[in-house]
Design a protein around this ligand. Structure first.
Ligand SMILES: Cc1ncc(COP(=O)(O)O)c(C=O)c1O
Length: 508
């Protein structure tokens, strides 16, 4: 019987279309690296060129050229009638023996090669900011109302702490985080989010991405699969792929992540990453029956669910929904929260609530990566929470965001109601609008010319996207009513210009 084809790592990472390196060579480099790293072992059968071409979203010719080169160099061999296999003897072993007898030669920087992991990290879709922090252009999503943050109060709390006990705070701190902060978080999460935990289960991290990186390292091996939502937060994707995870996209509809999607049963994944309170970017809330089905899957598959609860505090229609973690009685949920949305992103503080039996592994991993988060920030944050400023700030921001959402929706309807479909979001600091007739990437590019950031919805879709709906993700949290109205008017101009261009091209 023919051996089953191996899963090839890193096929979920898009190739770099704009790179000077031809696509076939990028495929060749990845396969060669996977073979040399031992991720594809000698004798392993590779999937067909047709299959890999479709996974990578490139033509079959591209794959055939990559295979031809690997065959020519001896990394793989074709066996008539049964497919292509990794060679039993790798050319690198032969090459190494030969190099020992040759005089060393200067290696040009062009030839210097980084690891496969380095290559993957260097090519993730995460946006690298290069400018100093400052004001964002509307409608950049994910930014809270920075103007409203009580900055002088924060400064007073910092000054008080430095005066009182600065020497002790200069030392390394506990890897799991400053104890009073962990206690304050545990005390907040129970009543406000329905999370069942004690302070011992809380690990302070420097944001959601670090939490995901730790999840990948502690629970998975390189090349293991993880279920993610299809549409998915791009920075989460980057953190996971960078940690060697193979992403398995799972359908999301109006009721949220659907564990009945056949992609789940045909995968070996033992971890699912979800945003149940407020799916990013679609904005839907996972229904109770879907939540229970997901927990049931986790129990049956001895799997974990990573619940990213990034902006759940801001719910406008009813009381915030209780977290999935609170429904779990088997220690299968790892809850991740962040202070980036409730306070400010530069703080770079977030937390994980870890099942009791995993605490030791996560705390050790946290220490191994970078000891601990900055202590003074944790101390001041714990004062901010325990002295009541935190809940006061959330209450104030919730009504501000509700107003800002009403403003953006009214302005968009007024400026371009016939070109987009917009409905109110139940929660959060962004809305997504659908564009029934226009290409979202074209609209986004046109909006940028007007000085407006409007992320195309299709870029959040993992696969190259016949299924992706055209739409935009528009943040409103950080912008005043005036800024939102101005930006909506500019976006209206961009939409009209793309509509006009596409109707003239149809007429021609
Ligand atoms: C889904 C999701 N999770 C988490 C975050 C916050 O990430 P961090 O804690 O790294 O700032 C964001 C920010 O936009 C997000 O959209």
């Amino acid at each position: 019987m023919a051996k089953q084809a191996a899963a090839v790592p890193f096929t979920s990472i898009p190739l770099e279309e704009s790179s000077a390196t031809p696509l076939y060579h990028q495929v060749y480099q990845r396969l060669r690296a996977a073979i040399l790293l031992g991720q594809l072992l000698p004798g392993t059968r590779l999937p067909s060129t047709r299959q890999m071409a479709s996974d990578l979203g490139v033509s079959r010719n591209t794959l055939m050229s990559a295979f031809d080169q690997l065959i020519a160099e001896g990394y793989v061999e074709g066996r008539v009638g049964s497919g292509t296999f990794v060679s039993p003897t790798l050319p690198e072993e032969l090459l190494e023996a030969r190099l020992k007898t040759e005089s060393p030669r200067k290696i040009s920087s062009h030839e210097r090669s980084i690891s496969l992991r380095g290559h993957v990290l260097a090519n993730t879709s995460v946006t690298v900011l290069t400018r100093p922090p400052g004001r964002m252009r509307p409608f950049t999503p994910g930014i809270p109302a920075l103007d409203e943050f009580p900055i002088s109060l924060w400064a007073r709390l910092i000054a008080r702490r430095w005066r009182e006990e600065s020497r002790g705070l200069l030392n390394y701190g506990p890897a799991a985080g400053y104890r009073p902060l962990r206690e304050a978080i545990a005390a907040y999460l129970g009543p406000s989010r329905g999370v069942q935990c004690n302070a011992d289960q809380i690990v302070i991290v420097s944001g959601t991405q670090q939490a995901l990186d730790l999840v990948a390292r502690v629970l998975l091996d390189p090349g293991d699969e993880m279920l993610v939502e299809e549409y998915c937060y791009t920075a989460a994707r980057a953190a996971l792929v960078g940690a060697g995870v193979r992403l398995v996209p799972v359908k999301v509809d109006e009721s949220g992540f659907d564990v009945a999607d056949p992609a789940v049963s045909s995968s070996q994944a033992r971890v699912a990453y979800v945003t149940p309170s407020h799916q990013y970017p679609l904005g839907v809330t996972m229904s109770l029956s879907r939540r229970l089905a997901l927990l049931d899957w986790a129990n049956r598959a001895a799997a974990w669910v990573v619940e990213d609860d990034y902006d759940s505090e801001y719910r406008f229609v009813a009381r915030p929904l209780a977290a999935l973690q609170g429904l779990d009685h088997s220690g299968r949920v790892i809850y991740v929260g962040t202070f980036s949305k409730v306070l400010f992103p530069a703080l770079r503080l977030g937390y994980m609530v870890v099942p009791a039996d995993l605490v030791n592994a996560f705390v050790k991993a946290r220490a191994a990566v970078s000891w601990c988060c900055p202590i003074m920030d944790q101390v001041v944050l714990s004062d901010f929470i325990s002295e009541g400023h935190f809940t006061r700030h959330i209450r104030k921001m919730r009504s501000l965001y509700a107003e800002r959402q009403a403003t953006i929706i009214q302005s968009l309807q007024r400026e371009a109601g016939d070109l987009l479909a917009v409905t109110p979001a139940d929660a959060g600091m962004h809305i997504r609008v659908f564009l029934p007739r226009l290409d979202d990437r074209a609209v986004s590019a046109e909006a940028l010319k007007q000085g407006i950031v409007a992320h195309p919805l299709s870029t959040f879709f993992l696969k190259e996207a016949p299924l992706a709906r055209s739409g935009l993700v528009l943040g409103y949290g950080a912008y005043s009513a005036r800024q939102l109205r101005d930006a909506a008017s500019k976006l209206g101009t961009a939409l009209k210009s793309v509509a006009q261009a596409s109707s003239s091209s149809v007429a021609a």
